[in-house]
Structure formats: C-alpha cells, structure tokens
Write a protein that binds this ligand. Structure first.
Ligand code: F6R
Length: 588
C-alpha cells in the first residue's frame, strides 16, 4: 500500500509530483507529503493528514520549488494517522529525505540501536528507521550505493523506497518486495509504485527487480546490489493511455469502470490463442489445479471453480490468498497454482505463489497490471487487458477475470468457440444493464438503502451474490450478508423479520425452483424481495430485469456493482476511496 513518486528533470517538480500523487491516491489516502531540493540545495518538506486535495489546500505543495523531488500518499500500517507519521522523513542532518512503500519488519530493534547511537526520531513509523539507518551507514560507507546496500542487508520485510540526497541532488530508488517502476521521459525521469501515475508524461518504463537500485539525475543508472555492479535493463513500452486513467466526465472512476465493462470484456475475450493453448495444455497435464486470489479476485476463483466443475468435471479448488499456508501441503511438482490478481502485487497471493514454487508447482497467473510481480514470478500468465483500474473497488477487472476464466473452462472442454459465443451474449447484456443505471439508482434509494441487506443465490449465482455483498459492504458501508439460498433454513432465517430487504438472484437455470422455495421462506416472514432475473416472477416485490442468456449469473454482475455504487453515493460516501481500504494490498 502507499504510493510513491519521484521526479528528476528539467521542469518544476511540484506540479508533476502533485498530479502524479493524485493518480496514486487509490493506494492510500490518509496522509501525504512532498520533499523537493530547492535552488539553495536545501530539502524542503511539506506534509499533512487527509486526502491529497485537503492537504494541498493546507500546505500548498506547489509553493515548493525545485526540479527534483519525491512525494508519498500513505495508508497507515505502523503509527497512527498523524502529521508526524506522514512521509517524507528526513535524516538528523537533513541531508536525506525518504519515502517508503512496504513494512519494515525489524524496525523496533533497528530503532533501538539507532537511538543508542544518538539518532532522534519524530514519528512512530517503521519508515523513519530507514532514513536514519542510511545516514548511520554513510559514516562507514564509501558512497550512498554502499550505504543502501548495507541497509538492505540489515533491514527485513518490504522496503521499497525513494531517497532524495541533498549533496548530489539525486534520487536513489531501491526496490524490495513492493513495486517500483522507472519512467523514462525526455530529459526527465520518474520513479513510481505504478505506471499510471506518470503515463501523462511518458509510456516508457523500466521495471525494477528486488535489490535493484536506480539513481536518477540527468541520467538513470541502475545497479544490482547483490551482484554489486551496474546493469542495463530493457525499456518497456506501456500500451495504456493517460486518458484511460482519468474520469473523462464521469463523477467517479467506479462508474466509469463499470461502463467500460462492455468494451473491456471484449478485450478480455481477445486472448492470444497460442498463450491460451499453452495454459490449457498445462491445466490438462496437471494432477491438481488450485485457484488463489483475495477479495474480489477470490470471488472470481469461486465462480471459475464452479464452471470448471460443470464443464470439465474436474475439481479446481479455490483458495483464499490469506489462507494459503493452511493448504500448502497440497502442493508438489504435479500441481498447478492458478493465481488471480488485478494488481499483480497482492502480498497474500504472492506469498502463496512463492511457497508453491518452492515445492515445485507450476504457477499460472491472470493479472491486469503488466510487469507486476505476480506476472513476473509466474511460469505462464494471461492479462486481463482491462486498462488501468483506479477505483479501489474492483469492477471491470472482476468481470474480465470471470470472462477469461469461464473461457478457459470452455477451452479445456474443447468448446472454445461455443464459450466465446456464450460470453459475447453476456457482454451484450452488460450493455443493456448499464443503460438501466438510473432505474437501479431509484430502486436502491427506495428499497435497498437499509442498515442490513441479504443476498441469496445458488450455483454460480451464489459467489456472484458474495461479490455483491463484498461491494455493498466495501463502498456503501452497509452490513450485507450473501448466502446460498439453501442455507437460510440452517441459520439466517432467524434474522428475517418484516421489512428486511433481500436481493434474490434467480437465473433461469437448474437453481430456479429451489430459489423460489427460498424466496417463499423469506416472504413468509415478511421479508421484501428484489428479484434479479430474466423472468418477472410474481413473488418478487421489486424486479431488476436482464435478458435470457446461458451464462445468466455472470450477466448479473454489473447490476450488483451498480447497486453498490448508487448506495454508496446515496449515503454520501466516495465510492472510489472507501475508508480504511487501499487498492494494492502489499501487506500480509
Ligand atoms: C474489492 C477489491 C479487493 C481486491 C483484493 C485483491 O473490490 O478490489 O477485494 O479484489 O484486494 O486484489 P488483487 O485483485 O489486486 O489481487
């Protein structure tokens, strides 16, 4: 979590850093700060708590002058949300300013040693230790590269950082376990957690690996600190555009990204046939296949595993990223781990991948962010082709994940072209559903804007309901509970009383009759049913329609996303930035 950005070039750094920082805000938004080297070769720092606009209103980042600088947006892990704990941090001698993304695991003992050596700390963060440690190591080191190498050997955990040096006017960009990308512009360089933050200025990028250090001034030099030598790295051309990372007239990124689902799903279907065939072969050969994902991506795993069971009669068990260790004994060299992640950086998933690989398993991944760690650590990968997803709540990436996974289930059953046809029908439905957004908004206002909501579904519609539940909780801050219709009688019927609102997903498939029974159980206790179905049933109190398609539960996904979105806005929340959450979850 946290977003870091650095700039070194020929222009004033503060407007560029501020614009880039705003594009990183989805990674954390409880406090932020900026440090620039001014014309008198002094490092000026400004920081504060709150969203970037709010902090800028108080401290005026643009009043900072200089052509080299760093900026940070924070998602607090160690240390409360206070001005003192906001990055950047400076060394005692004010020669260095540092921003960090990750968690320094052994910071307590390092801090104690540094205090004993006379260092003074202003914050309760793990990060501040890094800048003092580098300062301390400089006392013995021949240069900053040497001091950073020593620091990287002493520090434990994830500590990707940017260090602004007053003496040299350079930015030292070090990567360990959190992403770091160098943007290569015209006589200017960027260093960032995410490509989208500097896409407006350049689409040329160098992706750093762990223990690599880039030094930016009027050129960019890269060192491998383990091999102790300077290295050459390829420059990748990023195909995303800067416009894709802006709201383009929509009130929120989330709404824009839901609307984009039609287009993006078509791109998702358009997979490289050779890559697809390679993955199908690997899945065929594997003795066991397990899916791995967190949050929304895990719900995509659940949906996929049902379709794989239906079409291929094989059990591809879904595992929650954070629960991987419980199942690690299942992995060996005949097993494939299929990791699903929008960001490609989720720490829980990455940990699972590393463990599985250490046991000889092959790893396939499905990611959105090109060059992400999960993509690079996988044996084979597919990309979502969804373009940048900025809203914290995943929407278009989720539908793309589902589309590709279902396509693979068809492909594994030698039905690729039938799969494409059925999925294209789903995409047509997305278009129709998105046009019903105003109707869904009205319904959300009148019927669903309650303190508690229940969602029921069976078969594939159950994990689809679970995704609806997740979104409603995440951005509307409403307590929601999704359950398989058949489970009601085992517990949750106890909570159904007159007026309780329940969303029922009723696809026209083998689950329909059972769903009708479950709906009757709710209605008998006074519950109010909003039915989502291709057929208007008498038992629905309210109804959201969609067309009859073979993969109906998947077509329902944007309806639930729109419900969550409208509920969030109705309740005065910012759906793009749900409280306490960040998009790229790089902590365990
Ligand atoms: C919810 C959401 C999160 C992510 C989860 C995994 O809307 O977006 O639950 O799905 O943090 O992230 P990725 O897919 O990047 O691994």
């Amino acid at each position: 979590m946290c977003g870091i950005i650095g700039y070194s070039g020929t222009r004033q750094a503060s407007p560029i850093l501020l614009a880039s920082l705003k594009r990183l805000e989805y990674r954390g938004y409880d406090s932020c700060g900026m440090a620039l080297l001014n014309g008198n070769k002094v490092i000026d720092v400004k920081k504060g708590t709150g969203r970037i606009e709010e902090v800028n209103g108080k401290v005026d980042f643009l009043s900072l002058s200089g052509k080299v600088g760093i900026a940070h947006t924070r998602w607090a892990t160690h240390g409360n949300v206070t001005m003192e704990n906001a990055h950047p941090f400076t060394s005692c001698d004010q020669k260095y300013a540092l921003i960090h993304n990750g968690i320094l695991e052994n910071y307590v003992e390092l801090k104690k040693q540094l205090i004993e050596k006379g260092h003074h700390f202003n914050s309760t963060t793990d990060t501040e230790v890094l800048v003092h440690l580098i300062e301390e190591n400089m006392k013995q080191a021949k240069d900053l590269i040497d001091a950073i190498k020593k620091t990287s050997e002493q520090a434990e955990g994830a500590f990707t950082f940017l260090l602004l040096s007053q003496d040299s006017g350079e930015i030292y960009c070090f990567r360990k376990d959190s992403p770091l990308i160098i943007g290569v512009g015209n006589n200017e360089f960027f260093a960032s957690s995410d490509i989208t933050s500097f896409l407006e200025y350049t689409n040329k990028a160098i992706i750093l690996e762990n223990y690599e250090l880039a030094i930016l001034n009027d050129e960019c030099k890269i060192y491998d600190l383990v091999a102790e030598k300077e290295i050459e790295k390829d420059i990748s051309i990023i195909e995303w555009t800067a416009e894709q990372a802006t709201k383009t007239g929509y009130p929120h990124f989330m709404l824009k990204e839901i609307v984009e689902e039609v287009e993006v799903s078509k791109h998702a279907l358009d997979q490289d046939p050779i890559k697809l065939a390679g993955i199908v072969k690997l899945l065929h050969q594997a003795k066991n296949v397990y899916f791995l994902g967190s949050g929304t991506s895990y719900r995509a795993c659940l949906i996929a595993s049902i379709y794989f069971a239906k079409f291929t009669h094989r059990n591809f068990m879904p595992i929650l990223g954070s629960e991987f260790k419980t199942y690690q004994n299942l992995f060996d060299n005949e097993t494939v781990l299929f990791a699903i992640s929008q960001s490609g950086e989720t720490a829980d998933v990455l940990e699972g991948i590393r463990i599985a690989k250490s046991k000889g398993s092959k790893v396939i991944s499905l990611v959105n962010v090109m060059g992400s760690t999960i993509m690079r650590e996988s044996d084979q990968y597919l990309t979502l082709n969804a373009g940048p997803e900025i809203a914290v709540a995943s929407t278009k990436a989720f539908t793309s994940q589902v589309i590709i996974l279902v396509l693979l289930a068809f492909a594994l059953n030698n039905q690729l072209s039938e799969g494409k046809d059925q999925l294209n029908e789903v995409i047509d439905q997305f278009e129709i559903i998105i046009k019903q957004s105003d109707f869904i908004k009205e319904l959300s206002k009148k019927v669903l804007n309650k303190q508690n909501l229940f969602l029921i579904g069976r078969g594939v519609a159950f994990p689809v309901a679970m995704e609806g539940e997740l979104k409603i909780k995440e951005i509307a801050y409403i307590h929601a509970d999704a359950l398989a219709g058949g489970e009601l009688k085992h517990h949750t019927l106890a909570l159904i009383e007159p007026g309780i609102s329940c969303i029922a997903l009723v696809p026209n498939d083998e689950t329909k009759d059972d769903m009708i029974n479950n709906i009757m159980q709710i209605k008998a206790r006074g519950g109010i049913i909003t039915g989502i179905s291709s057929e208007k049933l008498d038992i629905f109190d309210h109804y959201i329609s969609l067309g009859k398609v073979a993969l109906e539960p998947i077509a329902m996904i944007p309806i639930l996303q729109l419900i969550a979105y409208h509920l969030s806005v109705l309740r005065g929340n910012d759906p793009d930035f749900p409280r306490n959450l960040a998009k790229s979850v790089t902590v365990l």
